[in-house]
Design a protein around this ligand. Structure first.
Ligand SMILES: Nc1ncnc2c1ncn2[C@@H]1O[C@H](COP(=O)(O)OP(=O)(O)OP(=O)(O)O)[C@@H](O)[C@H]1O
Ligand SMILES: [Mg+2]
Ligand SMILES: [Mg+2]
Length: 500
């Protein structure tokens, strides 16, 4: 293994979330009764003609702009000819030599040395992104086969990477980042279980130091990001073992079974299709002008890693907290709304605000039963939009804690009640008697003087410059106050008396 380097390029197919199909107005959908989402165009009845779906074009241009692609001023449609029952037209409309998006890159993060440390970032260059139509679905029985055309004609974008990945781990990071960008851009939900995102991995190996490319093997049917990682690592080992035992790699397509961890050949190069691409005479080329691009550019959200850099810079958030927030756009926007609601103090308290969201709010969301939020592995459970606790409530809660009006356990209780009812934190705390008792300043001063007198050593240490020695005095004061004193007032009073 040490003598070989793996080279991997990924082809990722993503179904664009549109109401209607790519070239006709019949609805798209999943889980409907078989062959109900069809019409003469989908079924390729004689005389039916395709009409482009502008929403699908908008979505792919947006994806291209988010990933830094060049948007071709003119692109065209080609027929990819092959016969298989899942494509009733006998060809698939795709884009061959003039795709709509060229170049671009996906920024990835590899696992860090520890969970709380950021890993290495890399830019994985893209070759192209083009638009095509999805095919139907065949189910093969023992003696017969059935075909369902509901999926046929769904807008599908194919994102092709350069052969620039080198391990299953890198492919995993690439798919994670790509999926987040597409989901956060509102282009697709990328649910792999529903086939909304599918990945083929092209894998070759070469001696370390070589620059040419080895013979590639294409792995198909990788239906989860973890299976892609496992399938690639398995294929790299298989190729190295084959070469080391004196064999040669044949160009072929293999099927990797994520459950058994084994792969088998589906077809070799000799059986590869000759697609006889030619321009589709029924469709005009597409011209994308500056105004069209500008309109979509304005709708592009910030990419997760750009958001993370902004959180480091503006709020000095710790890495672990940012990596909870950035992968789920509604969650990140909720956090930013809470910081904003905190006004001038919000920015300084961004970390406390983030902690309540990442720990307490997410725990409640996950425990909730409603439909998933964004599907990026973030919130899950209850959707953020349905939550009664609003961002301003988090800001108010943090303000109460920071000003010493709410102590730890009481703050948790207020959180639980606000989450359940949507009643504002201050109102909850007042009604339930959870506010820290305003201590009589005379009492507080007396307790503090007593604590200083009874703990002369700690007092002397503090006066000599040992900052932490003050904690040794707070305990006795709190005890005298039966835990009800405002910690900030205790701190201030002790400091004032110690400075006398
Ligand atoms: N020798 C190689 N080793 C690893 N990856 C490769 C190699 N050669 C090409 N690739 C990668 O394989 C992928 C080829 O995808 P592309 O869609 O261009 O062609 P294809 O697989 O022949 O077409 P189809 O869409 O019909 O499957 C790209 O991601 C590319 O980076
Ligand atoms: Mg391809
Ligand atoms: Mg391919």
């Amino acid at each position: 293994m040490a003598n070989y380097e793996a080279v991997i390029g990924l082809e990722v197919h993503v179904q664009i979330r549109t109401h209607s199909k790519m070239f006709t107005r019949v609805a798209t959908g999943y889980g409907q009764p078989e062959n109900t989402l069809t019409d003469p165009t989908v079924l390729a009845l004689p005389g039916a003609l395709p009409v482009m779906n502008r929403a699908a074009l908008d979505a792919i241009i947006k994806a291209g702009l988010m990933l830094g692609c060049e948007i071709a001023p003119v692109c065209k449609w080609d027929r990819k000819n092959y016969f298989y029952p899942d494509s009733p037209k006998n060809y698939q409309i795709s884009q061959y030599d003039q795709p709509i998006c060229l170049g671009g890159a996906v920024e990835i993060e590899l696992p860090g040395p520890a969970r709380n440390l950021m890993g290495e970032h890399k830019l994985i260059p893209l070759t192209r992104i083009h638009l095509e139509e999805d095919v139907g679905k065949c189910s093969h029985g023992a003696t017969d086969s059935l075909v369902d055309y509901n999926r046929a004609g769904t807008p599908l974008m194919e994102i092709v990477s350069e052969p620039a990945l080198h391990s299953g781990e890198e492919a995993y990071a690439y798919l994670t980042a790509l999926r987040a960008a597409i989901v956060q851009g509102g282009i697709s939900d990328c649910d792999m279980e529903k086939g909304q995102m599918r990945c083929d991995a092209n894998i070759s190996i070469r001696p370390v130091g070589a620059t040419g490319l080895g013979t590639k093997v294409e792995l198909k049917n990788l239906n989860s990001i973890s299976y892609v990682r496992a399938g690639i690592d398995h294929e790299i080992k298989r190729q190295v073992a084959l070469i080391e035992s004196g064999g040669t790699i044949v160009q072929e397509t293999r099927d990797y079974d994520g459950l058994t961890g084994a792969s088998q050949s589906l077809r070799t190069k000799e059986m590869a299709h000759d697609y006889r691409y030619f321009p589709d005479p029924d469709l005009m080329p597409v011209q994308v002008d500056e105004a069209w691009k500008a309109r979509l550019r304005a709708s592009c959200p910030e990419l997760p890693f750009d958001r993370q850099r902004r959180y480091f810079r503006d709020y000095e958030l710790p890495y672990t907290l940012t990596s909870v927030l950035i992968w789920d756009r509604p969650l990140a926007e909720y956090f930013e709304a809470a910081v904003k609601a905190g006004g001038a103090a919000g920015k300084a308290r961004a970390q406390q605000i983030g902690n309540w969201i990442a720990n307490d709010l997410l725990r409640e969301l996950k425990a909730g039963g409603a439909a998933g939020a964004e599907g990026t592995g973030g919130a899950g459970g209850l959707a953020l939009a349905e939550v009664k606790m609003r961002p301003e409530h988090i800001a108010e809660l943090v303000e109460l804690v920071e000003s010493g009006k709410l102590l730890g356990p009481a703050a948790k209780e207020v959180f639980a009640q606000t989450f359940a009812s949507g009643e504002a934190p201050l109102a909850v705390a007042e009604r339930a008697g959870l506010l820290a008792q305003p201590t009589d300043s005379g009492d507080l001063e007396a307790w503090c003087r007593e604590a200083i007198a009874n703990n002369a050593k700690a007092a002397a240490e503090f006066r000599a410059g040992k900052e932490s020695a003050i904690n040794g005095l707070k305990g006795p004061v709190m005890k005298a106050a039966r835990g009800k004193a405002n910690p900030r007032e205790v701190d201030e009073t002790l400091r004032r008396l110690l400075a006398e």
